[in-house]
Ligand binder design. Structure first.
Ligand code: AMP
Length: 472
């Protein structure tokens, strides 16, 4: 997963983009980059690592101009290479162009193969680059038409920001898998994956881009364009449900909903479905993402909420290879139990999702070692049974514990006293939609119903594209 931020028409474009990327840091920690436009030239700074490590006053001073786009990248696959760090910058027949992408193209391999067959030389192993090659090959005279032509040839998830010498262009794919919002800061137009970045720079949120919408900022004009009009009615909106469950920051609004409020409702609904009388003395969360749901669970079940796990906010990547004797230190470095909260108690632990089960296993062991009498694990989402091909870096299907194990087997593996998940209908109701009706969400990771067909070989293997290529 990744985050994108852009601003057009502000003299402090690079500085504000730097701040915007800070607010989006949770969406990607692997690399950070900014490209600006000034005097018909583009300037690029991309670095591996966190935003705060990548930029300082000197680096930002090398990014002049009134327009900027920025990117933070996330990948857990280990393909951590500077050449995949965005925004990318290319020179082609029509000038300079930079691109920042959140999402994942599902037909990138076949498009790339075709382009390479006709002589294209790729500089990265990222799906994003295919869009620029397709634009370069397009014959349309107008740049927006060339972009539209390229986008009609790719499928999957893309929220994009593009910067040329004169324009900033924002795009959301026809399904609207990934979020992208537009706002105003005085006369400047701002774009962000999440609205929490607008709060930080005191920009005013205007609206989310519609699925399939392209917004072009040029001079003093901001125009909206809909190149996928022909597919309207056939292509349904499919915002990623996992943004609401785990990915987005709780102080953001997505699909017109407060992420925090939705998570509290997921916790309340989970309690209605899974809280048994007399089961539990205290509700704790796996911080940070499990906190709103735990608050909702506690309120609904009538049990007290307490901070039973403390998260260290200073742990970045660790580079020490653990020996067997300290193999689990990774989780302990990040999370630490509060003995006085859990000792002798029947503890209800609320987390937002269970993917491989390995972290949960360690958390349960840690709570028991701190004296918890019972550990009842409650997950405020349904079992994650399928890989995501639209930009979440979820593991291959065989690594998803719920793809091949029953709830009882998962509970045994994790070592908890009891385990319960939120139902899919319960998740939908927490998001004000009704199971069975068109929800407007993609919940393929819970249902296996993929709104956009996955390329042949991947469909067979059900391997996340983001493992081999770069996830954004
Ligand atoms: P595990 O027990 O190993 O399946 O890990 C579960 C934890 O992973 C939960 O606390 C989730 O909040 C977190 N999680 C879920 N999805 C992701 C993701 N895409 N990247 C990193 N952590 C995640």
């Amino acid at each position: 997963m990744c985050g994108v931020f852009g601003i057009y028409g502000h003299e402090e474009a690079a500085n504000l983009t730097y701040l915007g990327l800070h607010a989006l840091q949770h969406r990607g920690q692997e690399s950070a980059g900014i490209v600006t436009s000034s005097d018909k030239r583009l300037y690029q700074q991309v670095h591996m690592g966190l935003v705060s490590d990548s930029f300082n006053a000197d680096v930002l001073a090398r990014l002049p101009g009134n327009a900027a786009i920025g990117h933070v990248r996330y990948s857990t696959s280990g393909h951590s290479e500077i050449r995949n760090a965005q925004p990318f910058l290319f020179e082609y027949a029509h000038g300079s162009i930079s691109i920042a992408h959140n999402g994942n193209l599902v037909n990138a391999r076949s498009v790339r193969k075709r382009l390479e067959g006709t002589g294209s030389i790729f500089q990265t192993n990222s799906d994003t680059e295919t869009i620029i090659h397709l634009m370069a090959q397009a014959r349309e005279p107008e740049s927006i038409e060339r972009l539209a032509s390229a986008l009609r040839q790719v499928t999957g998830a893309y929220s994009l920001l593009l910067l040329t010498e004169t324009r900033l262009i924002a795009v959301r794919d026809p399904h609207g898998f990934r979020p992208l919002a537009i706002g105003k800061l005085k006369d400047a137009t701002v774009f962000s994956s999440e609205t929490c970045a607008f709060g930080l720079i005191e920009a005013e949120m205007e609206r989310e881009l519609d699925p399939g919408e392209v917004v072009i900022c040029e001079g003093s004009s901001v125009r909206s364009y809909r190149p996928f009009e022909a597919t309207r009615g056939r292509v349904k909106e499919r915002g990623c449900v996992f943004e609401h469950v785990y990915f987005a920051r709780p102080d953001s609004d997505i699909n017109g909903r407060s992420v925090y409020s939705s998570r509290v409702r997921m916790g309340q609904q989970l309690a209605r479905e899974a809280a048994n009388e007399g089961e539990g003395d205290v509700v704790i969360a796996v911080p940070d993402s499990g906190v709103p749901a735990a608050i909702g669970y506690a309120a609904e079940s009538g049990l007290p909420f307490a901070n039973g796990l403390i998260r260290s906010h200073y742990v970045g990547r660790t580079f020490i290879e653990p020996q067997d004797s300290i193999r689990h230190f990774g989780v302990r470095l990040k999370l630490s139990p509060v003995r006085s909260v859990v000792e002798g108690k029947r503890v209800v632990v609320v987390d937002d999702s269970l993917v491989r089960g390995t972290t949960s296993h360690k958390i349960v062991a840690m709570l028991k070692a701190a004296g918890a009498k019972e550990v009842h694990l409650r997950i405020s989402a349904p079992p994650t049974t399928h890989s995501c091909f639209y930009g979440l870096d979820t593991p291959t299907r065989s690594e998803l514990i719920a793809s091949s194990h029953s709830i009882k087997e998962i509970a045994d593996f994790v070592g908890c006293t009891s385990l319960a998940y939120l139902s899919h209908a319960g998740l939908m109701s927490s998001l004000d939609t009704v199971e069975g009706e068109d929800s407007g969400f993609c919940s393929a990771c819970f249902t296996g119903q993929y709104p956009v067909a996955i390329e042949g070989e991947n469909a067979g293997k059900l391997v996340s594209l983001s493992k081999g290529s770069a996830a954004h």
